[in-house]
Design a protein around this ligand. Structure first.
Ligand code: ZN
Length: 268
């Protein structure tokens, strides 16, 4: 599942490719993709131009002339830019004909992704009750400390809670905890102030590096390839057999229903 850095990479890649492009025609091939009336969605978007590109958590926000066009990729949503004559593949659920002759296509094998239009006066700070953006100053030790005090569940579970912080998923939660040497099953309320300071700085460092890595990888893209957002950093513990720091064996355990990778040597 794409997490914050992958969604940011998709957003910036699309910005480079479709900013200023007007939508001439919209077809939705899987109506459940759209929250709200699919016909209204198509009608409203026709004639609108992609003006702004923002992200909130794992949501893509395309600022059109008159409203936000919001897209969530969920498990496997992908955007492709293709020539109109290229055949549609099986899981293409929406096609946007652009004024430069290209089509922006949305593909989603799992069909979990969603799209919806929101008015420009929507409060993005409280959007879906998302917590602060981890890369912004509002995500700081004071905030984290105040929120962790009341949480008795494992710190890994809290990191995945989108109300606590927006955009962190299973991979980066494991990597952040490896970075600050905290075991994922530790009770959130028992982290020390020093560990919280480190948690904040490692969160920012790891997400920023992952965005940078995605940005680097994506430059090699050619026009017909998809924007998939699978540019995770080489991980220290997540899905690894050996710890990237000490080379010791990595352990894996289910925490809150998710596979959690950690190094029992480096993390405590
Ligand atoms: Zn280790």
């Amino acid at each position: 599942m794409p997490e914050l850095p992958e969604v940011e990479t998709v957003l910036r890649t699309l910005e480079g490719r479709i900013a200023g492009r007007k939508i001439l025609e919209v077809s939705v091939l899987y109506p459940k993709l759209i929250e709200g009336d699919p016909e209204e969605f198509c009608r409203k978007l026709t004639g609108q131009t992609f003006r702004r590109f923002c992200r909130r958590g794992k949501y893509l926000f395309f600022g059109m002339d008159e409203f936000w066009f919001v897209s969530h990729l969920r498990m496997e949503g992908k955007y492709y830019l293709q020539k109109p004559e290229e055949p549609l593949i099986k899981h293409t659920h929406a096609v946007f004909l652009l004024d430069d002759g290209m089509t922006l296509r949305y593909n989603d094998v799992r069909k979990f992704g969603r799209m919806r239009l929101y008015p420009y006066d929507t409060d993005l700070d409280s959007f879906h009750d998302l917590g602060p953006e981890p890369l912004e100053d509002t995500f700081n030790a004071e905030y984290v400390s105040s929120r962790l005090k009341e949480r008795r569940e494992p710190i890994k579970t809290v990191l995945l809670d989108q109300h606590f912080a927006a955009g962190i998923g299973n991979i980066y939660a494991d990597e952040i905890l490896a970075g600050c040497r905290v075991l994922p099953m530790r009770r959130a309320c028992e982290l020390s102030e020093d560990e919280i300071v480190l948690l904040v700085s490692e969160t920012k460092r790891i997400l920023a590096e992952a965005i940078k890595a995605g940005g680097t990888t994506i430059r090699s893209y050619t026009s017909s390839l998809g924007v998939t957002g699978l540019f995770q950093l080489s991980c220290t513990v997540h899905a690894q057999k050996k710890c990237g720091r000490c080379c010791g064996e990595v352990s894996v355990r289910r925490i809150g229903g998710r596979s959690s990778y950690y190094c029992p040597q480096c993390q405590r």
